[in-house]
Design a protein around this ligand. Structure first.
Ligand code: B12
Length: 219
């Protein structure tokens, strides 16, 4: 079977998410997986859907309970897809060690969970530190885990002042050369990442995996 981005099955998943048919979404994801669609293509379809929900929220067409429902459907679907995303796990942990964290003030975790699953599938050891973490604590944990890269995820512009503290605190603690710093999440732009003193930025999990390879190799 050939799968296109505009494929009807995938389109239906996106549409069900946008229409907040939240019971149908995980079922459609499961069916698509059963029919042989690559887990990543299903994640992409879900992501387009949930981001459209976000746009409707911004346009005040949808409200916070709608966002919460969409996030619940995304979570349930990810539970179904996670095993398939990491199935090709070959040389687990051999590629390098990454800590991922949602910076202070930010509780969004769907994107970070996808990033974690894909990095693990690509052979990295990933320590998912969770969300709403103070910059100093992220650095302490990175030291504990002997990480190569600190990956920071920010979806809220209000959490950016905390994200940029990480590279700054690394300098202050004389640890800047010890870690590579990657930034991502909807609130981050490539320009912002440079200004904040990060070593790299990626706009999605696929690009994130490539970036982590480069950052680990550059150490
Ligand atoms: C789902 C969602 C929620 C859910 C989160 C549930 C959960 N468990 O995560 C709930 C309902 C709880 C929520 C709450 C809020 N939300 Co919200 N939410 C969203 C929404 C619709 C989707 C986010 C998402 O999961 N996208 C799908 C994933 C796959 O994409 P992603 O996170 O971007 O991650 C990908 C890449 O960015 C990248 N990536 C991510 N992290 C990293 C890290 C690294 C190192 C790298 C390399 C790559 C990388 O890889 C990922 C996979 O491809 C967005 C809309 C949007 N456009 O982002 C709004 C959005 C982020 N939320 C927003 C807001 C305002 C809020 C609230 C403040 C609402 C309120 N009034 O209370 C609260 C904040 C709570 C808090 N303190 O954090 C705004 C933020 C505006 C801004 N610029 O600051 C957005 C943009 C909606 C909007 N358009 O207004 N939200």
């Amino acid at each position: 079977m050939k799968h296109h981005a505009n494929d009807d099955t995938l389109k239906r998943i996106t549409e069900a998410m946008v229409a907040l048919e939240t019971d149908a979404v995980p079922k459609l994801a499961e069916d698509a997986l059963g029919s042989g669609y690559p887990a990543q293509s299903i994640v992409d379809a879900l992501t387009v859907g949930i981001n459209t929900v976000g746009e409707k929220f911004e346009a005040m067409e949808y409200f916070l309970p709608d966002l919460i429902m969409a996030a619940g459907a995304m979570d349930e679907s990810m539970d179904i897809l996670r095993a398939a995303l990491t199935r090709d796990d070959v040389a687990v942990g051999k590629k390098g060690t990454i800590v991922l964290a949602q910076v202070q003030g930010d509780i969004h975790d769907i994107g970070r969970n996808i990033m974690t699953a894909m990095l693990r599938a690509a052979g990295f050891t990933v320590h998912d530190l969770g969300h709403d973490l103070k910059p100093d604590l992220i650095i302490d944990k990175a030291l504990d885990c002997n990480a190569d890269v600190i990956g920071l995820s920010s979806l809220l512009t209000t959490s950016l002042p905390f994200a940029e503290q990480v590279p700054r605190l690394l300098v202050a603690r004389d640890l800047r050369a010890r870690f590579q710093v990657a930034m991502g999440g909807g609130a981050v732009t490539p320009e912002y990442a440079v200004r904040a003193g990060a070593d790299g930025y990626a706009e999605n999990a696929g690009a994130g995996v490539k970036l982590m390879h480069q950052l680990v190799a550059g150490r």
